[in-house]
Write a protein that binds this ligand. Structure first.
Ligand code: NAD
Length: 478
């Protein structure tokens, strides 16, 4: 049994309760983890509260050293951790390895910022006084992490939090705690003092809820569904806790008549179907200029058909299973509802057949045209391998449809015309616009949604601000 890590110790739930972790490709039990109670969470928060001041007083160089060393250990153990992630999450081993590498790179990025955090000297009207603005850590932070990128989305929170001098309690998704626990152990192996980083496993309604209400937790860093994020914000408001919310998305991709269609077709295929379509910034709506739509589809559809579906541990597999049976059902329902409304499938729209697929949550990469604009697959977030494709008459039409969504996470435009690219970048209501680029987040750039896709940013130097308070100090020099 894998255990939680609290105060540097591996611990079970006090009442001994456990949860099974299942492999989405085979249905087999991978391992069990503790099912924490509210008391278990309180203890972890108390331990983090005890630890944070000492960590805040630790030198920036020491904080950076721990993160650099952890990154090194992640790379040394990458095969083992990635395999664990594939077994619990379902994504391909290659995708898990990329995610673990990104985790390490993210730690190094923030480790490099540790000694660059600075405040301000502010002259005041009275000449014998001056002001300083200093940055202080917030205190105990909670990281609430979803199952689709259990490694990188945890890293996005831990790295800036620890560099800024906070302590943290991590709550991984109930179905993906194993790689996360292993990684938290590596921080300790790298010399992180006990209690600074803790991980508690259990259901969102128990573990997550206690983190939201516990008065010693001063900041919640949440990634998950928009509906859960709204709840997090409401509860956090009662104690005026700081929150950052990275929520759902329905990213539009626009392909113009002058685009490099081969590059765009590859990006649409990877962008929609990596991680079996279960990515917040996946391409979820594709808008093709009418004049190139047929040529684009001729290039795109063979790429989709070639994506081999199967167990993510097999080297030739490009798309693993959906994470849970429920997740597959939701995607199937959205696809079937669209077809009932007049949509036509050009690929997929069914489960793959054969013995190797019998026990996993597999679904074929799906492409739909003639989708009614009010179908749920357009209006809501489709978190799986299904892509609605639309024809648009010009850029105005494309941008209007792209913006017709409650979400505003990412977006892309494919064109060789700088004026069109600029117009789209300015007018699309989203936290990211990629121009002729795959939908991927960069460590160096702030990432976070507009509208109901989120509040606050992760990545970039900006993320640090969400883990620090600005304190004003006045110094009188009589
Ligand atoms: P989810 O909202 O169901 O769960 C996210 C986390 O919140 C889990 O750890 C869960 O246990 C916890 N949780 C559930 N109920 C809670 C409660 N009452 N109080 C506190 N915590 C609670 O989301 P999910 O299904 O795990 O993840 C998929 C969603 O995440 C998608 O909508 C996706 O777009 C979004 N996402 C967003 C980003 C981003 O950066 N914007 C990145 C990845 C995923």
């Amino acid at each position: 049994m894998a255990k939680m890590i609290v105060g540097g110790e591996h611990v079970a739930a006090r009442d001994g309760a456990v949860m099974e972790i299942h492999n989405p490709a085979t249905g087999e039990v991978v391992d069990t983890v503790p099912r924490a109670s509210v008391e278990d969470v309180r203890q972890a928060v108390d331990v983090a509260y005890e630890a944070w001041r000492k960590w805040a007083e630790t030198s920036a160089a020491k904080r950076a050293e721990v993160l650099y060393k952890t990154a090194e250990l992640v790379r040394e153990n990458i095969k083992e951790i990635a395999t664990l992630e594939t077994k619990e999450q379902g994504k391909t081993l290659r995708e898990s390895q990329i995610e673990c590498s990104r985790f390490a790179e993210n730690l190094e990025y923030y480790a490099g910022l540790a000694n660059k955090i600075r405040g301000e000297y502010v002259p005041l009207a009275e000449h014998d006084k001056y002001g300083l603005v200093v940055k202080q850590p917030v205190g105990v932070c909670a990281a609430i992490v979803p199952w689709n990128f259990p490694v990188s989305l945890m890293g996005n929170k831990i790295a800036p939090a620890l560099v800024a001098g906070n302590s943290m309690v991590v709550k991984p998704a109930s179905t993906t705690p194993l790689a996360a626990i292993r990684l938290v152990q590596l921080f300790h192996d790298a010399g992180l003092p006990a209690g600074v980083l803790n991980i508690v496993t259990g259901p969102g309604g128990v573990v997550g809820e206690e983190l939201l209400v516990n008065p010693k937790v001063r900041k919640i860093a949440f990634t998950g569904e928009t509906v859960t994020g709204k709840h997090v914000m409401e509860v956090a408001a009662r104690e005026v806790k700081r929150v950052t919310l990275e929520l759902g998305g329905s990213d539009p991709m626009i392909v113009c008549d002058d685009a490099d269609l081969d590059a765009a077709a590859s990006a649409a295929s990877v962008g929609r179907f990596f991680n079996c379509g279960q990515a917040c910034l996946a391409v979820k709506r594709l808008y093709l200029f009418d004049s190139i739509a047929d040529t684009f589809l001729e290039k795109f559809l063979p790429k989709v058909e070639r994506l081999k579906v199967g167990n993510g541990l097999s080297p030739d597999v490009r798309t693993g299973p959906l994470h849970t049976a429920k997740q597959r059902e939701e995607v199937e329902e959205m696809v079937q509802e669209a077809i009932a409304g007049g949509a036509k499938p050009l690929a997929g729209a069914k489960r793959p057949e054969g013995e190797e697929y019998a026990k996993g949550n597999f679904y074929l990469p799906t492409v739909l045209v003639d989708v009614p604009p009010d179908a749920r697959i357009v209006r809501e977030e489709c978190f799986g391998p299904a892509l609605p494709v639309f024809r648009v008459k010009d850029l105005d039409d494309a941008i209007a449809q792209a913006n017709d969504s409650q979400y505003g996470l990412g977006s892309s435009i494919w064109t060789n015309n700088i004026a069109k690219a600029r117009e789209a970048a300015e007018r699309i209501e989203a936290g990211y616009t990629w121009i002729n680029n795959l939908h991927v987040a960069y460590d160096e750039l702030p990432f976070g949604g507009f509208k109901q896709s989120g509040y606050g940013k992760e990545h970039g130097v900006e993320a640090l601000d969400y883990y620090m308070e600005s304190k004003s100090i006045v110094i009188a020099t009589p």
